[in-house]
Design a protein around this ligand. Structure first.
Ligand SMILES: [Zn+2]
Ligand SMILES: [Zn+2]
Length: 314
């Protein structure tokens, strides 16, 4: 029996992404063909299963290609055979014309209908561009590894959330706000930035359990503890690596009093930041330029930690 093969193109969604389903954990993600590495290999971003791209088809894509395949097979294989058969009957008819027994043949053919099983790719929660190989992909949840190069995207996610904070600042600075509104917005942005940093820390802890301790639980909210861990386990001195570490550290304490003490400077604060002793019992005068500077320094700190941590998880 001879074998025939046809190429069937799987359509992309409106943004150029193709769905993928892991053979192992059955979870769904999307990648954008033409971005990332020129590889036939794929890594599941959720469970780390690895295999050929052909092992990541979704059931919808299989159903679609089978339905298209039936139509193509009919057009490329069955139809030419039927044409040949009709021609040979015609030849028989011609060859018997004028003989004692004349053959008359009428053929009637209607093309069968093969319904195509169309589908839509699902909407996913997080769209990312791998900062190692530039693959564009989309996943459920937030953190994962890149399906092309396996790079952990925790830092890309963190950078992206700081970008959002910077956009919020830009948007907010275009309006004349009263001081209470301004303070509420600045507190919100400061808090979001540190939460994102903490999210990064929790993800790193999952991947590098021997390098980041389980306690304190919110290690990346506690800059003094984090400084010790980075020095001990990564031989990394962030006091000298970050351009204005004193200010960065101060803003972690500022966020703490806005979160827990209505922004009022307390004894705990001035114990950690003695330079601001004169502000005790007063509300910290948080400014827009301070939050802007903090976002830049926090982004720098993320990159400094990535430079060391990457040695242990790739
Ligand atoms: Zn998987
Ligand atoms: Zn990548």
């Amino acid at each position: 029996m001879s074998k025939h093969s046809f190429q069937i193109t799987i359509p992309t969604d409106d943004e150029g992404f193709v769905g993928r389903e892991c053979l192992e954990c059955k979870k769904y993600f999307k990648i954008k063909p033409g971005t990332g590495l020129p590889t036939q290999y794929c890594h599941c971003p959720y469970c780390d299963y690895e295999g050929d791209q052909n092992t990541f088809w979704t059931q919808d894509q299989i159903d679609y290609s089978q339905s298209v395949g039936k139509q193509v097979a009919y057009e490329k294989l069955i139809e030419p055979l039927l044409d040949d058969f009709a021609k040979s009957l015609k030849r028989l008819e011609t060859s018997t014309r004028g003989s004692l027994f004349q053959v008359k043949i009428k053929t009637k053919r209607s093309k069968p209908f093969f319904p195509i099983k169309y589908y839509d790719e699902a909407e996913l929660e997080t769209h990312l561009t791998c900062n190692n190989c530039q693959l564009e992909f989309a996943i459920y949840g937030v953190f994962s590894r890149c399906p092309d190069c396996k790079h952990l995207n925790a830092f890309a996610v963190f950078e992206k959330s700081l970008e959002v904070c910077k956009k919020q600042i830009d948007l907010f600075s275009q309006f004349q706000n009263d001081r209470d509104v301004e303070l509420a917005n600045l507190k919100f942005i400061l808090s979001n930035a540190i939460s994102s940093f903490d999210g990064l820390g929790k993800e790193l802890r999952k991947k590098l359990v021997n390098k980041f301790p389980a306690r304190p639980k919110n290690l990346f909210q506690n800059i003094d503890e984090l400084e010790k861990v980075l020095a001990q386990n990564f031989d990394l001195d962030i006091q000298t690596k970050v351009s204005d570490y004193r200010f960065l550290r101060q803003m972690f304490q500022v966020r703490h009093i806005f979160e827990h003490n209505m922004g009022v400077v307390d004894v705990d604060f001035v114990t950690k930041v003695p330079d601001l002793n004169h502000l005790i019992d007063r509300k910290y005068p948080l400014s827009l330029s301070e939050v802007q500077k903090f976002l830049t320094l926090l982004s720098d700190l993320g990159r400094i930690i990535e430079g060391e941590a990457i040695k242990y998880y790739i």
